[in-house]
Design a protein around this ligand. Structure first.
Ligand code: UTP
Length: 289
């Protein structure tokens, strides 16, 4: 039923103020979890879901992101000359093919909704994925793949959701659902960062979305919302009632790398999931605890 998802938007124009001083001259998406920048996890997750076009919505100070996915002549040449062929092959394996990465500037950080709108001309008239690299998901099936599978059945819009403690609803976009089978919920309303007493549920949206191109027209007419920013949630509200809109309780654990504690936790969790570092890391944690 759903159209094939070929393109993913990575909004990476935020200033990362919660992560200063790390993010003063370096984009937060280049922070590494174990040995890989968070943006690379995001791109690999998109690729695992069959996505072939990667669109970065960037701002100033973000050239390191583009460089990371570019051919690195000196490095690759040096690895070759020194016979470090395994490292060279590893880089070549994950480097996107020519033409697969595009980047576009969000000239002012006017909000996540505005960042997605900046990708309008590069997306055209097809449903697409949005991945917020801050949210890392450790799962058996990559999170975006799970959304793509739902989209194939339901069409329309699909967001990844998780239950949060009620006192935390004020930090997230929250669903109002008309039906819920424990895995998939049909959405009838969305509220950005509601106070716990006013939250219609405790199902919060994480940074994984499949959206139809109708979102662009709605974002164009969406004014500033919470925090004075053009909110993606406010644009998505306008899709409700016109198109299918589902929330998927994804399988996996999500870590918010836009925040210090979430980032530290992600390093531990991803480290423990890696056979090359897990046992040593476990020993270190036990010794420090
Ligand atoms: P955040 O709410 O984490 O904001 O944005 P931020 O600016 O990145 O970080 P803090 O709060 O100052 O520490 C959520 C996502 O939306 C993108 C960010 O890059 C991040 O992926 N974003 C946000 C934009 O691309 N443009 C914006 O104007 C705002």
């Amino acid at each position: 039923m759903g159209h094939k998802i070929r393109k993913a938007v990575f909004p990476v124009a935020g200033l990362g103020t919660r992560f200063l001083p790390a993010t003063k001259a370096m984009p937060k998406e280049m922070l590494t979890v174990v040995d890989k920048p968070v943006i690379q996890y995001a791109l690999e997750e998109a690729r695992a879901a069959g996505i072939e076009d990667f669109i970065f919505v960037t701002g100033r100070n973000k050239t390191a992101l583009e460089d990371h996915f570019d051919y690195s002549y000196e490095l690759q040449r040096t690895l070759e000359e020194r016979g470090k062929l395994e490292a060279l092959e590893a880089i070549k394996r994950w480097l996107p093919k020519p033409g697969q990465v595009a980047s576009i500037r969000q000239q002012l950080p006017l909000g996540l909704g505005h960042a997605v709108l900046c990708a309008k001309n590069l997306i055209g008239n097809e449903p697409f994925a949005v991945i917020l690299p801050d949210d890392l998901v450790l799962s058996k099936t990559p999170c975006m793949q799970q959304l793509v599978e739902v989209h194939e059945e339901t069409g329309g819009n699909v967001v990844a959701v998780e239950d949060v403690p009620r006192e935390d609803t004020k930090k997230y976009g929250i669903l109002d659902v008309s039906s819920d089978d424990g895995r998939l919920a049909t959405v009838k309303g969305l509220v950005e960062k509601p106070a716990p007493a006013e939250a219609p549920s405790t199902l919060s949206i994480i940074g994984r979305y499949i959206l139809t191109p109708s979102i662009f027209g709605h974002l164009e007419t969406t004014g500033k919302g919470a925090g004075g920013e053009i909110q993606l949630t406010d644009g998505m509200v306008k899709l409700l009632g016109h198109e299918p809109f589902h929330g998927l309780r994804f399988e996996g654990a999500r870590y918010d790398c836009g925040d210090k504690i979430g980032f530290l936790e992600a390093n531990i969790a991803f480290g423990l999931a890696r056979s090359d570092v897990a046992s040593e890391l476990r020993r270190i944690i036990a010794a420090l605890a």
